[in-house]
Design a protein around this ligand. Sequence first.
Ligand code: FES
Length: 130
Amino acid sequence: MPKVTIDGKTVEFESGKLPYHEHGKPESLLDVCLNFGMHLEHACGGNCACTTCHVIVTKGMENLSELDEDEEGDRLQMAPGLTLRSRLGCQCVVEGDVEVEIPSWNINYVSEGGGSMNLGDAIPAPVGKK
Ligand code: FES
């Protein structure tokens, strides 16, 4: 029964029993979020074609599926504020307890009901770009 904590909210599910919501890999962090009504941006629908589902793993990195070529090589490198603990929520499958944070610049304040805001320089440049 993996426990997933996202920004302090914890849910638990039985591996292999989570209904699939057709976005991202089955039982990925995004799929868990969709099942439990937790918001995680996913502009491309979980197809590894954006970086809006970028999360930073604070505990349990070893309990996520390994980075594959699509996630690591093609997409994750484009994520603003990339860290060694970064993953794409739609691509990493939960295999055990994990805790993640959603970077503040990834939160869509409009869809979260907070209105729009100008983040300006708060959004870091992608790695390798200035
Ligand atoms: S939702 Fe677009 S890459 Fe994850």
